[in-house]
Design a binder for this molecule. Structure first.
Ligand code: SAM
Ligand code: SF4
Length: 459
């Protein structure tokens, strides 16, 4: 139990968020953090068991004060109480911050800054450097004038218990209404664009759940109204939505990247998670391989209930043996809206050993790390990491994480991001409820149009 109190509410809130992210769920020790600030001076009392330390400091502004306090908390608490990975950073995109520092400094100076200001461990800095190097050429070619398309298909064959993504169990009667709204959105917004998008990503939900014909209709709409992008991904996801017809439909339309996601190769575990079709995965994976897609990605989740180190490692080994071009490792996140979260499932196992095993194994098999992000409420020390073989890195994944180009997002619950030339951006959000999305599609189009029209004047 960690008690944080400060006489300044803004500081108290920031530190409460910090400890929520950095402390394991199962901590039995009672820890007290008391902060007092007056004008430009402050003190922090850190106390647990027989340990007690009072530190006084002075500061120029809120940011300096906040950084100082986080560093002192991290420095003074032992590893078993606090997760020291990525130092004081708790944001989703450590690689973005690293790139910002690294673009202006040598590797050595960047390392010094990250150690001094964020107490970032050396191995995390080296990891971010690897991502930076692998992304560099792709991002150097990028411009804020490029745009990318994301389409959210909000249907799945059933709801996996760990999932909190905005998606409904499929009811085929609801699909035509959704496609009508999506078509309107895609057609209306296309008038702003003369050249093709940089990338397109159809995700969800499970796009393949709506069947090959519906999916083909949506892909054709994109190609007809926007043109062929450099990279076109369709997330197929679950094996119970795969078929030869589906795979051929995608291949015939020039889809360059598909994602076929085992999550784990342990079928019994999948069934317990209300996820089906695992037994057919291999058959369809081999089919997709023989159709020669440029890139096949596989998503795995580390930390699913019922798994242990041995079973997770066996899934990672299996994925590597199958030799897809991309492998994405997700650490289980327990999020509001998922059945696992509602059932108060707690995963306090430390899987950092598995992540380092995976990093070595993937490196030995010519996979390079090309993007990563962190989320709140993950398995301890968790990260989401994208690995790829040379020249197969998913551009869309990099662009969405590094926030270097516009993302035009269509479909239920999709969020659009428009950047100005200084890479500052504004967002607009589509409704998260299917009926609202369909009924208010004209409002959505209007809001998105206004944002696009003002791109050059944002801020
Ligand atoms: C938007 S989901 C959709 C993909 C597709 N419907 C499927 O399930 O294969 C993208 C990926 O996020 C990951 N994911 C979903 N829920 C997660 C959770 N609670 N924790 C960690 N990763 C999760 C899974 O690896 C999943 O493949
Ligand atoms: S994990 Fe994928 S298939 Fe399962 S409910 Fe979430 S989006 Fe749907």
């Amino acid at each position: 139990m960690i008690n944080v109190n400060a006489n300044d509410k803004k500081i108290e809130k920031s530190l409460k968020d910090f400890v929520k992210f950095k402390f394991p769920h199962n901590i039995s020790e009672e820890i007290f953090l008391s902060i007092e600030v007056f004008d430009n001076k402050g003190s922090i009392l850190i106390k647990w068991g027989s340990f007690e330390k009072n530190i006084s400091f002075s500061f120029k502004d809120f940011s300096e004060c906040n950084h100082f306090l986080k560093r002192e908390i991290l420095k003074n608490l032992p590893n078993e109480f606090i997760d020291k990975s990525f130092g004081t950073l708790i944001g989703v995109r450590p690689s973005k911050l690293y790139a910002k520092i690294r673009d202006k400094n040598s590797r050595e100076i960047s390392k010094k800054i990250l150690k001094r200001d964020y107490l970032m461990p050396e191995n995390d800095i080296d990891f971010l450097e690897e991502i930076y190097v692998n992304q560099k050429n792709l991002l150097d070619a990028s411009t804020y004038k490029n745009y990318n398309i994301y389409i959210h298909i909000p249907f799945c064959p059933s709801r996996c218990t760990y999932c909190s993504f905005p998606s409904l169990t499929i009811d085929f009667e609801k699909v035509p209404g959704f496609i009508r709204a999506l078509e309107k959105e895609l057609r209306e917004i296309s008038k702003y664009y003369k050249k093709p998008p940089h990338t397109v990503y159809i995700g969800g939900g499970t796009p393949s759940a709506i069947g090959p014909e519906n999916l083909a209709y949506i892909i054709d709409l994109v190609l007809e109204n926007y043109g062929m992008p450099e990279e076109f991904t369709v997330e197929c996801g679950r094996a119970d939505t795969f078929s030869l017809e589906l795979l051929k439909t995608l291949k015939d339309r020039g889809i360059s990247r598909i994602s076929l996601n085992p999550q784990t190769f342990n079928e019994e575990i999948l069934k317990d998670l209300n996820r089906y079709g695992g037994a057919d995965f291999l058959k369809y994976y081999n089919m997709a391989k023989s159709l020669d897609f440029r890139v096949i990605n596989m998503d795995l989740i580390i930390g699913l209930p019922g798994e242990n180190k041995k079973s997770i490692i066996s899934s990672i080994n299996r994925a590597v043996d199958l030799d897809p071009e991309n492998i994405t490792l997700h650490s289980l996140a327990l999020k509001k809206g998922s059945r696992l979260f509602e059932s108060a499932y707690i995963n306090d196992k430390d899987y950092s050993e598995i992540l380092s095993y995976a990093k070595n194994l993937l490196a030995e098999n010519s996979y390079k790390v090309y993007y990563m992000y962190r989320q709140k409420r993950m398995t301890l020390n968790g990260e989401n990491i994208g690995y790829g073989k040379d020249k197969t890195f998913c551009l869309y994944n990099i662009l969405i994480m590094e926030e270097m180009e516009d993302i035009l997002a269509f479909g239920m619950a999709a969020s659009t991001k428009i950047l100005n030339k200084n890479f500052k951006f504004k967002k607009c959000f589509n409704y998260k409820n299917l009926a609202d999305y369909e009924n208010r599609i004209n409002d959505i189009i209007l809001e998105k149009s206004k944002l696009i029209e003002k791109k050059e004047e944002l801020f």
